[in-house]
Design a protein around this ligand. Structure first.
Ligand code: AR6
Length: 184
């Protein structure tokens, strides 16, 4: 079965998925935004486990249990603080790829991402959406049976629209490339 990429507008802690991704900081300390929601809904045990792990560099991710959340795991992805550098693009893409690799290793069939780095870390949503969606598409091409569902849980309507539109643009590009190849 080909994996589906889905978009929902709402609170990521309410999404039914094997793994929920946290928008973490490199100290893996509890904070606001997605982090705060995960702490509230999943409990302190998730962040006690983070404290034992100790930290995670930007562009990477680590796995913990999911406390009282419905998920099996929380993947703590550390996105870049936005500075408009090429490195920001690389780190935003690689923290998504690392989460998908973790899903594979942990046997998760579904994974839910928030809009990593677009809150406190200031990444412009239009740019982040293209990078996040593009990295998921790329990973799924390389791992066709890797997971069944990738869900983007976006809090507000502009973010939801941006991510969905990045996905639709990507699908159109793939179609055009297929037609071009068939014609040539
Ligand atoms: N469900 C889904 N999306 C949410 C939720 C939620 N419950 N709450 C907020 N968002 P942020 P970052 C959206 O700031 O930019 C934290 O303090 C939010 O509107 O959570 O990667 C950490 O501890 C925005 O679109 O993550 C780090 O220190 C997006 O999720 C730092 O902030 C990401 O916002 C990480 O900053």
């Amino acid at each position: 079965m080909a994996a589906s990429i889905e978009f929902i507008q709402g609170d990521i802690t309410q999404v039914a998925a094997d793994a929920i991704v946290n928008a973490a900081n490199s100290e893996l300390e509890a904070g606001s935004g997605v982090c705060g929601a995960i702490l509230k809904a999943g409990g302190a045990s998730i962040f006690e486990e983070c404290r034992r792990i100790g930290g995670c560099p930007p562009g990477s991710a680590v796995a913990t249990g999911a406390g009282t959340l419905k998920a099996k795991f929380v993947f703590h992805a550390v996105g870049p603080v936005y500075h408009g550098r090429e490195k920001d693009v690389e780190q935003l893409a690689s923290c998504h790829l690392k989460c998908l690799d973790l899903a594979l290793v942990k046997g998760c069939r579904s994974i839910a991402f928030p809009a990593i780095s677009t809150g406190v870390y200031g990444y412009p949503v239009a740019e982040a959406s293209v990078i996040a969606v593009g990295s998921v598409h790329g990973w799924l091409l390389n791992h066709p049976d890797g997971v069944d569902r990738v869900i983007f849980a976006l809090f507000d309507a502009p973010t939801f629209n941006a991510y969905r539109s990045a996905h639709e643009t990507r699908l159109k590009m793939v179609e055009q490339e297929k037609k071009r190849r068939a014609g040539g």
